[in-house]
Structure formats: C-alpha cells, structure tokens
Design a protein around this ligand. Structure first.
Ligand code: G3H
Length: 487
C-alpha cells in the first residue's frame, strides 16, 4: 500500500522484501520483516500532487488552521501512536536496524517527547505571532507573522529513521506545512506502522509517503517544482545532488544535518579513565552509526600508548550479540556493504603500518563487525578522513595544539569536537579556535545532539540550519511582516 492524500492507495507495481540484518546462525537465512512498495516516478509525483493540493498556495485548510487547531491534531496523533503502536515500533526498530531494546525504546520515547515539547513551546510563545518593536521607527505598528513555507520534502537516515524524520516533520506540520516523507531504504517499516494514526488524526494530504529507490522517485518529486522546502538528514553528497534537481534551487528553503568526522582530542593531563568511558560512548554507541560519533581520536603523543591500551581493553569487553540480548552494546550492521567497507578502511591503514590493537577487532560474523581500535593512524590513511560510520576507532597522535586545529581546518565538515583535559583554562584557546570551525565543542564529554533543547548545528558540509525543540520551528517557517500605519 501507498500512503498518499490521507488514504492507503492500492499498489500493483514492484515491491521489495524488507529483511533484517540479524540472520539465523544455523541456516544463514535473513528474516523477512515485510514488503515495501518500490514506487516509480509517476507514483512519487502523486505524493507531490497530494501535498501541493493540501498546500494550495497557503490557502489549504491545514496552512490556514490556527496554531491551536494544528497542535490539537498533532497531540491526538502522538497520543494515538503511543497508545497503539509503541511496542510494535520498538520491536521493528530492533529487527530492521538492529538497535538494542534500550536504544530502540529511547528512539521512540525521545521522538514523542521532542514532539510534545515542540508543541508546548510553540503554544506558550505563540510561535506564529511576534510583535516587533523597532527603535527609531514611529507612526507604524508592526507585527511579524511566522507561517508555513509550503510543500516540504523530508528525508531521514536509517540510524534514527523515526526520530530524525519527526524532529523535522513535527515542527514542519505544526507551522502549517504539508509534508512528503521519503522513507529511508532501511528503516521504513516504523513509518508504515504510523499510517493508521496519521489517517485517524491528520487531515488528508498533510502527510504523504514516498517509498522505494531515491534515484527513481526523488527526481520526479523535485523536478516538478512543487517542493518549497527540503528537510534532509543524511549524507552531504545526497543533499547536494537533490537540491540541484529542483528547477529553481534558490527558491528552496533548505534545512540539513549531515556528516561529521568529529575529533576526540585527549590532552596528557586528562583523566584517562573518564576519557575512555566517554570515548567508548562517543565512538561506539549504536556501533558508531551516529553522525555525532567521535570518528577520530587524537591524543597527545606522551599518553597515546596508555590511552590506546586502556581503550582497546574497554572495547574488547563490550558485549556483542543480537539486539534483544541482555546488556548487549554491539549489534549487526544494517547496511549490507558496511562490514566490507570497514574492512577496506582498516586494511588501508594496516597496510601503511597501523595496527589493530584489540584481539577480535575487525572479525566478522554475518553483519556483526567486531569493533576495532586502529593505531597509529596518520593523515595518509583513509581512516583519518573518511566518515566510517561504524565500529572502528582510529587513534592518531599530536604534539602541538596547532596540529589539531590544522586537522579540523582541513576537514570538509565541521560538526562537533570533544576535548578531554583536567585544565579547562589551558583548553580555552582550543575551545575558542574550534568554535569558529564546528557547531559544538564538548569538554570532558562525548559528542552528542542532545539534550534536545540544545541547538544542534554544524558548519561547512555538516549542516544548514539549527535543530532543537525551539529552533526547528524557525527552520520550517518564514516571516511575513504586517505593518499598520499608526499616526
Ligand atoms: O546521527 C545523527 C544524530 O543526530 C545523532 O544524534 O547524538 O543523539 O545520537 P545523537
């Protein structure tokens, strides 16, 4: 079935089996979780047409509804989803993207909490009306109305298929935009489970799904010129390619959260045990499949061997297994080619003199890739630059702080960095320097997006716009000034 224009439409075109990265050890068979419509260009254009009809150049019932009315519909949807689908969605996340029960539960609950906070804050501040006071302007009363941008296409990645889609979709809907969700190739099933609640609580055409190959569907959605706003969380290259497909890219309002090759910078004076705990969380939570993961540790040369020793022991102790195993931390990787890609990166480093420092590092069992610490990593190695997005922890060395700044400066992105030191004053100049290159600097803590009230952003290829429970309302809205002569 397709979900377009508020209804399930029958689909007799191509469908694909959705399989789990978790396979049966005895037979090697992968579990089939469901079937997903592989829409073609024509079907994708139906979704754009339905959203455009709901928008009706801003005159549709949804963009014209009051903030209170939209908030009530969204709250009803969230209530329904929590009441009827929470357990099923958590289970499907465990099977389809191999999140542990704890992480899958967190993803669902964080998503609903984010959405509820957005709604509460929008109502408290009346996000659609702001009264301006301008000094030096007399004879005019002015207010700013904040309203929808228009038809909004959004794409979210497989690592937070529900959470990151909703972190865009909920503010976008609340501000009055009809949306088209391009379901991720991996992680779509959680969305399929939301259809009943969407159908019950939101007007028709306000949420529309596109599923299947992005190459096949997205050109038709973009090239029709009906999309006014793009919310994109994923890879930088994909975002660039998609924006270019719009007939008038400059008319597109873009919000994006993309990649990060985030550094974990460890000074000799850091509490190394605490640094290890944070790096472990930062680099290997959900197998390192987070844009915010620490993707290169760079340690002061004098303590690098000690840090590597402690970190590789801690990595080796991480429990690995299936998402439902008690206490498990490392699970199979949902991307079919990821183990092979990681093996290539590690091989490239070891062929140039780096070593895998932990016993099982790099071993595989189906889609399970045993986390590997690779040391010493140098700038000639791919691991130094590429966003591995998986359970490989490269460790490099530095002697002068200027070397660290040079690494961050040379990078194509600028999301976050983590600095570990016991001397905050000594680290202050580095924190200042990093502040003009990355979107967030963490001191003695891992890199992360949350708490969700914090503004989440980045520089260069890492982001366009800011995400948070308040900032996202701005990302998916535009201002209109109403000026009234008053003399
Ligand atoms: O994958 C990118 C996410 O925004 C990371 O979020 O730091 O909460 O895991 P997180």
């Amino acid at each position: 079935n397709l979900f377009i224009g508020g209804a399930r439409k029958p689909w007799d075109g191509r469908v694909a089996e959705v399989t789990s990265p978790v396979f049966d050890e005895a037979t090697g068979a992968k579990a089939v979780l469901g079937r997903l419509a592989q829409m073609d260009a024509t079907a994708a254009s139906w979704a754009a047409d339905a959203a455009s009809e709901a928008w009706d150049r801003g005159q549709g019932p949804w963009p014209q509804a009051s903030l209170k009315e939209r908030a009530a519909a969204i709250r009803a949807f969230l209530d329904e989803l929590e009441k009827t689908k929470r357990d099923e969605i958590i289970e499907v996340l465990m099977w389809e993207i191999a999140k542990t029960k704890q992480d899958a539960t967190k993803e669902f609950d964080r998503t609903v909490a984010f959405a509820r906070t957005v709604v509460d804050q929008a109502l408290q501040t009346d996000a659609t009306e702001q009264f301006g006071r301008w000094t030096g302007v007399s004879g005019v009363r002015a207010r700013v109305r904040r309203g929808p941008v228009g038809v909004t296409l959004m794409l979210a990645p497989y690592n937070y298929p529900l959470n990151e889609m909703y972190a865009m979709m909920m503010p976008a809907l609340l501000m009055g935009n009809p949306v088209i969700l391009k379901l991720p190739a991996i992680g779509a099933l959680a969305h399929v489970l939301t259809i009943d609640a969407l159908q019950k609580c939101l007007p028709k055409g306000v949420v529309n799904f596109v599923s299947g190959s992005g190459r096949e569907t997205l050109p038709s959605v973009m090239q029709g010129g009906l999309v006014d706003c793009l919310g994109f969380i994923g890879g930088s290259k994909g975002a660039d390619a998609l924006i270019k497909q719009h007939p008038h890219p400059h008319r597109l309002k873009v919000f994006s959260q993309l990649e990060g090759k985030n550094l974990g910078i460890v000074f000799a004076d850091a509490d190394l045990d605490e640094a290890v705990r944070q790096i472990l969380l930062g680099a290997l939570s959900y197998n390192g499949q987070r844009c915010t993961a620490i993707k290169l540790v760079i340690a002061e040369k004098s303590i690098a061997p000690v840090l590597v020793d402690k970190l590789s022991k801690a990595i080796e102790e991480l429990p690995r297994g299936l998402p439902w195993d008690a206490g498990v931390e490392i699970t199979p990787l949902p991307e079919p080619n990821k183990p092979q890609y990681l093996a290539e990166l590690v091989e490239d480093a070891t062929s140039q003199g780096a070593l895998i420092k932990n016993a099982r590092g790099g071993a595989t069992n189906g889609q399970l890739y045993h986390p590997a610490l690779v040391y010493p990593v140098t700038p000639s190695m791919r691991l130094f630059h590429e966003e591995q997005f998986g359970p490989v922890v490269p460790v490099a060395e530095f002697e002068q702080v200027s070397e660290v700044i040079d690494v961050v400066k040379a990078s194509w992105n600028g999301q976050q960095a983590a600095v570990f030191t016991s001397d905050a004053a000594k680290a202050a100049p580095l924190v200042d320097a990093l502040s003009t290159i990355v979107g967030r600097v963490n001191v003695n803590m891992q890199c992360a997006r949350g708490p969700d009230v914090f503004p989440f952003s980045g520089r260069r290829s890492s982001a366009m716009g800011t995400m948070s429970t308040t900032e996202s309302l701005r990302a998916f809205s535009v201002e209109t000034l109403v000026a009234v002569r008053d003399d």
